[in-house]
Design a protein. Structure first.
Lengths: 442, 337
């Protein structure tokens, strides 16, 4: 049985509301985890490509915060986790903190958890203490659960940039509202953000294709910019916009960390007792495919620092741009592709916080999968799934990226959006797997 | 086939594409030496044939066109073009050109915009792997530049594809009149349309109207009057404007005798009390609202009424260029009673 009660002052209430609005853009249930020194709200989207979490510090964010737990059915003795329907929770806070009506504005918000073993329903009770002695109480049903966290190892990230979200919002304002993906890379003194959509383009459909927009800004606009030149990573634009919108309201400098395409990218920022982290799966080619530039090669060294599955994509990537995979090995795929990966990665995924200093021993010498015909049926399940750590204590947060993370080999459709040369040919082929791959926008 | 040009009057171009995009999704853009034409031919509703001198939207000395026939015909998603042009608001320079990515022809709009930063930023290229980049450099308020490239997929139309497309021809109009302020006309039209929609919805009698929006009755005479009316089973409303101008016809183009034989002169001869002096058309309320969105360009509009047949609007854009050369022509069919 767990006891949890906390209270919020109006400014914190507003921030909680903002956080919930942001989380609601990812999925419809929110996981709430209470620990002795923090409260964490996290949402994992349905395709498991985006994980967002807000961590509220017990001392600095809340007016009062009390948490206690006693053994019993809880797997973890030091934390309590449950999940709630996000819309229900959001409606409680809607318009509460705006202070439109001065007299009955919320003066304090008290939240209490009723986790009674002898009662059939578990309730989260939220009391809004308003002016003139008005008290509004809400009882929400929750469901006990175990929470998965995306693990992301900040120490292993090779690329990092920080910027005022205002600049990023100016960039995304130029994008077509129907654009689905965002590609980020740097070239010389410029950081280039390109919006694109992975869709079949033929015949009449061409005109319905969303506009590709690329916006280049000076690296000097960034507080920090340590990124390998011409390294393209692509993330879902919708997620990115949701994050930027919140970061801008919070007025916090946003930091992106990533290693390479097909590995997660983390956007994070912190403000006034709140830490937020968004781990997004990226797409792109793990080695440069831009024929017009020569400096694309990913250093071998860094490749070895990252978990094994990346090596698959790396060895695959060159073949993607050049040839169509011959149909020969289609039947072999489950063996070479899925099962190799399974045997290679499973041992590691069972100990998520283990060291991730794999070396090339784990790399299969001969990867037949590169010849495969993309099979969207199977890859629908397999693509772009983040690694999980259900134990999720603070140190695994900073630990390795679970190697269960699986890679796909999407092609970058906008290799060089800013190239002005008309001769610049972009390979028109597109993997069918990209079309249904994420299930995000189907 | 090549085309590129710097843009001038970006606001005009943006507004033009905005009003065009309300009437149709795709637009036929015809680029010639000296003249640009935008045509919208929707399956249903109003056709637009807009002709502009090159210098109305493009900078003439950078306008470069190269094609075997001297003409470039493009099918452009006009909504996407409009959105892209909005990026160019406040641009330092903006260039548009026809290019290709793979097999897809594109109109690439390259915009250079600049703004001022308030604070100081560090140039964070202090990566240990690249020591050559130099130390971080700090700067105070400075101009920051943003380069925006919008790539709008287009289709290049072959001559044969557009051979069959001709501007509609109509008999000489019965009445021609300069329309009053479009915003006023638009709000009254929308008010009428809404009232009629509500009235039919509540009375439940939708016979003859079906799912389409109510028909506005627009009529005018050669004595400076314009009447906007709507009638349903439950209501009948009309607004009348008077003292509008019936513009004189250019005597340079027509001889006196030719002018005298025009139907409009016959209409002028009729007394303004006579119902026969009014030329009337019935138009779709919603479609009319979209047509009137051209008001954002604050143009001068001459409406030509062909009794019970069609309404043709000649929309002349204001501006420093040759006003008479840039004309948007809207062809609106009249519905039968």
């Amino acid at each position: 049985m767990a006891t949890l009660s906390f209270s919020l002052a109006p400014p914190a209430l507003l921030q909680l509301h903002d956080a919930l609005i942001c989380l609601a853009k990812f999925h419809d249930t929110v996981a709430i985890e209470a620990e002795f020194d923090l409260l964490r709200l996290s949402v994992l989207n349905s395709s498991k490509t985006a994980y967002s979490a807000f961590v509220f510090d017990a001392d600095s964010f809340f007016e009062t915060y009390a948490f206690g737990i006693s053994g019993g059915r809880n797997a973890r003795p030091d934390k309590f986790a449950c999940q709630l329907y996000l819309k229900a929770l959001l409606s409680v806070f809607k318009g509460r903190a705006s202070g439109r009506d001065k007299d009955t504005a919320v003066e304090r918000c008290e939240v209490e958890l009723h986790d009674e073993t002898d009662e059939t329903e578990c309730r989260l009770v939220i009391r809004m203490v308003c002016g003139l002695g008005v008290i509004k109480s809400y009882k929400l049903t929750y469901e006990q659960t175990t929470v998965n966290h995306a693990v992301f190892d900040r120490n292993k990230t090779l690329n990092q940039w920080s910027i005022d979200p205002k600049f990023i919002r100016e960039i995304t304002d130029h994008f077509s509202p129907s654009a689905e993906q965002l590609d980020v890379y740097s070239d010389g003194g410029k950081a280039i953000f390109t919006s694109f959509t992975t869709k079949i383009t033929d015949g009449k459909e061409v005109l319905r294709q969303p506009v590709h927009t690329s916006v280049a800004i000076d690296k000097r606009d960034f507080e920090l910019f340590i990124v390998e030149d011409n390294l393209h990573v692509a993330i879902a634009l919708k997620d990115f916009k949701a994050i930027i919108a919140h970061a801008e309201t919070a007025g916090a400098m946003i930091t992106a960390r990533y290693t390479r395409p097909c590995r997660p990218l983390q956007l994070s920022y912190g403000f006034k007792g709140v830490k937020s982290e968004f781990t997004l799966m990226t797409r792109g080619e793990s080695s440069g495919d831009d024929t017009s530039t020569s400096s694309h090669a990913v250093p071998e060294l860094s490749a070895r620092q990252t978990p094994a599955p990346v090596q698959f994509t790396q060895s695959n990537a060159p073949s993607k741009t050049d040839h169509m995979p011959p149909p020969r090995s289609r039947s072999i795929r489950p063996l070479t592709g899925t099962s190799t990966r399974a045997t290679e990665t499973n041992p590691d995924s069972q100990r998520p916080s283990a060291s991730i200093n794999f070396d090339s021993l784990f790399v299969p010498a001969d990867d037949d999968r590169q010849w495969d015909v993309p099979n969207e049926e199977e890859e629908e399940e397999a693509e772009d799934v983040l690694g999980w750590d259900a134990t999720a204590d603070q140190d695994t947060f900073n630990a390795s990226l679970g190697p269960r993370l699986q890679d796909n080999e999407p092609r970058m459709p906008t290799q060089d959006a800013t190239s002005r040369d008309e001769e610049m040919g972009i390979p028109p082929t597109q993997r069918i797997s990209q079309l249904h791959g994420l299930g995000l926008f189907d | 086939m090549r085309f590129r040009s710097q843009l001038t009057n970006i606001a005009t171009f943006t507004k033009l594409t905005a009003s065009l995009s309300s009437l149709g999704k795709v637009c036929w853009m015809r680029l010639e030496d000296g003249v640009v034409r935008f045509t919208i031919i929707p399956d249903q509703g109003t056709q637009v044939w807009a002709q502009l001198p090159v210098d109305a939207i493009f900078e003439e000395n950078t306008y470069f066109l190269e094609a075997n026939s001297g003409v470039v015909n493009l099918e452009v998603p006009v909504g996407a073009l409009h959105r892209a042009l909005r990026s160019a608001a406040g641009a330092t320079t903006a260039q548009i050109r026809l290019t290709k990515k793979g097999n897809i022809p594109l109109l690439a709009l390259t915009v250079l915009a600049s703004s001022w930063t308030a604070g100081s930023n560090a140039l964070g290229v202090t990566d240990a792997d690249r020591p050559g980049q130099g130390p971080p450099e700090r700067s105070g308020p400075r101009e920051r530049e943003t380069l925006i490239v919008q790539e709008i997929p287009v289709k290049v139309l072959h001559e044969s594809a557009i051979d069959g497309l001709h501007e509609p021809r109509c008999r000489d109009p019965d009445v021609h009149i300069i329309l009053p302020s479009l915003i006023q006309l638009k709000s009254i039209s929308e008010r009428f349309t809404k009232l009629a929609t509500d009235a039919t919805a509540t009375s439940g009698s939708v016979t003859g109207l079906g799912a389409s929006s109510p028909r506005l009755e627009l009529s005018a005479n050669m004595h400076g009057s314009l009447r906007l009316a709507i009638a349903t089973d439950s209501l009948r409303i009309s607004s009348v404007w008077t003292d509008l101008v019936n513009p004189p016809l250019d005597p340079g183009q027509l001889s006196q005798t030719e002018i005298e034989q025009l139907p409009s002169e016959r209409m002028r001869a009729l007394s303004d009390n006579d119902e026969a002096a009014w030329a009337k058309v019935r138009i779709d309320g919603k479609d009319w609202g979209r047509v009137l969105s051209v008001g954002r360009l604050s143009p001068k509009v001459v409406a030509c009424f062909v009794h019970e047949t069609a309404l043709i609007l000649y929309v002349y854009l204001p501006g420093s260029w040759n006003g008479e050369d840039s004309c948007l022509t809207y062809y609106i069919n009249s519905y039968a009673a």
